[in-house]
Design a protein around this ligand. Structure first.
Ligand code: ATP
Length: 442
């Protein structure tokens, strides 16, 4: 079972509105075992809409069209559909009566223009709209009987073509609330039935510390494009995530295979995988701190270039007061000395961005906050302040514990925001490995 999603509207093609409808529809279809072959967006032009419908018909099991069902001159989806089906538009009296009732209830006459909203191509089925005046439409499009408009831009889904007898076409309003209500009530149950119990289950596994190509290399043949479940990688905020998609004939089989692939990825990447789906690095650290049994170890922070970002990440987690009581933002050298006891001579000798200073910051914060762990960060976030010996992106991070102060120097690429973000995430990663009682693997 597969589908193409078509979104209609000048506001979409002009970039004024982000097409959130297609993203939502895709997720809902996948959850029901329906593969999405593509998203298409066209402006409010009858020829373009008809061309996109005609190109999809015969090349997918199901076409879901959203938008262009309003009562104004720029709402042309129903006309375009009638064009492609080669059927005239006819009044649907059930919906016309409903619209007249809708306006009567509000004490207003129904504007003449709204009559078009009760028109659907002959032979099509009207879909009830519980929160608006545009009725939806369900129709079957036969690939071999369509009349392609001459000016239609050729959109090709040829590779996906499976020789369908007919593509079921659902047209729903563009207004997200109306679209969701109509699809959920009238369309998705039908899709689910057509999918015959098939399921597409997905899971995302997150890593931090290595680049995308290094992760891909470690995964090897697990990333083969014809593999099912498939494994793909994406990067966001320095987090390299593996996207696992499992497509099988039943939810139970899809889950079993997904779990097998999950285990295979973990056996290749080990502890590099810090979490799954919505889990953040800070949430995973929180889990490790609080699940260790016995007294929950406390954490403090001594931040220079990150300006409190690490403390923010730690305290983003509900319940963080159990392990985080205070943090220090010591931007100036004088603050590092006064609040954390970093010796002035040390800063003089090694510079504020140096491993000894990061260590002294962490040790000083641990002492001042009476914490079990302390993370110290000092670096050059840029854009100015770099030198040949200490370029922008150089960041020293120390982790103080009862065993002393471990320290590492990193060279993060990117702009100021990136460098600060990666620094805070790397500090969390150092603490995570400490809590796992393992060395950093990079
Ligand atoms: P209808 O079929 O109900 O007339 P329409 O697309 O013709 O829908 P518009 O007036 O263009 O109606 O859009 C109604 C609202 O829905 C607008 O706020 C528009 O930005 C939003 N919208 C339409 N399509 C999408 C989409 N694909 N993703 C997100 N928002 C959308």
């Amino acid at each position: 079972m597969n589908a193409i999603i078509l979104s209609i509207g000048d506001e979409l093609t002009l970039g004024q509105t982000v097409d959130t409808n297609s993203a939502w529809i895709s997720k809902e279809l996948a959850a029901r075992g329906c593969d999405v072959l593509g998203h298409v967006t066209v402006p409010d032009q009858q020829v373009a809409i008809a061309g996109a419908i005609a190109s999809a018909v015969g090349n997918c099991d199901c076409l879901i069209v959203s938008g262009g069902l309003g009562p104004t001159a720029d709402d042309l989806t129903r006309q375009a559909l009638a064009d492609v089906l080669n059927e005239p538009l006819e009044i649907n009296h059930e919906w016309l009566t409903e619209m007249q009732r809708f306006f009567r209830q509000r004490g207003r006459p129904m504007p003449e223009a709204n009559q078009i909203q009760a028109m659907i191509p002959r032979g099509a089925t009207m879909l009830w709209n519980t929160c608006g005046t545009a009725a939806g439409i369900a129709a079957i499009g036969k690939g071999h009987s369509i009349r392609k408009p001459d000016a239609a831009a050729p959109l090709s889904f040829g590779a996906a073509s499976r020789g369908h007898a007919g593509t079921v076409i659902f047209v729903v309003p563009g207004v997200p609330k109306e679209m969701k209500a109509m699809l959920t009530r009238d369309v998705f149950p039908d899709v689910e039935k057509r999918a015959g119990g098939a399921a597409i289950l997905s899971r995302t596994l997150h890593t931090f510390g290595l680049g995308e190509s290094s992760v891909a290399e470690m995964l090897g043949s697990l990333m083969n494009r014809d593999r099912n479940p498939s494994v793909g990688t994406t990067v966001s905020g320095g987090i390299v995530s593996l996207r696992l998609n499992s497509r099988f004939g039943s939810p139970a089989l899809a889950l079993e295979k997904l779990n097998e692939t999950d285990a295979a990825c973990r056996s290749k990447l080990g502890d590099l995988i810090f979490g799954a789906d919505d889990q953040t690095l800070a949430a995973v650290v929180a889990e490790l701190l609080t699940k260790s049994g016995g007294a929950i170890p406390t954490v403090t922070t001594a931040e220079s270039c990150t300006g409190g970002l690490l403390a923010k990440m730690l305290t983003d987690i509900p319940g963080s007061s159990r392990y985080f009581r205070e943090g220090f933002v010591t931007y100036a050298n004088e603050s590092k000395q006064r609040l954390l006891g970093v010796p002035a001579e040390m800063i003089e000798k090694f510079g504020a961005v140096s491993e000894p200073v990061a260590q002294a910051m962490a040790a000083g914060a641990r002492r001042a906050a009476n914490a079990v762990y302390a993370l110290g960060i000092t670096g050059i976030a840029g854009p100015d302040g770099g030198s040949e010996a200490k370029p922008v992106g150089m960041v020293c991070i120390a982790l103080a514990s009862e065993e002393g102060e471990a320290v590492r120097t990193f060279n993060f690429p990117g702009d100021r925001e990136w460098i600060r973000d990666r620094s805070a995430k790397m500090a969390l990663t150092m603490l995570r490995y400490k809590l796992l009682a393992k060395p950093l693997p990079f």
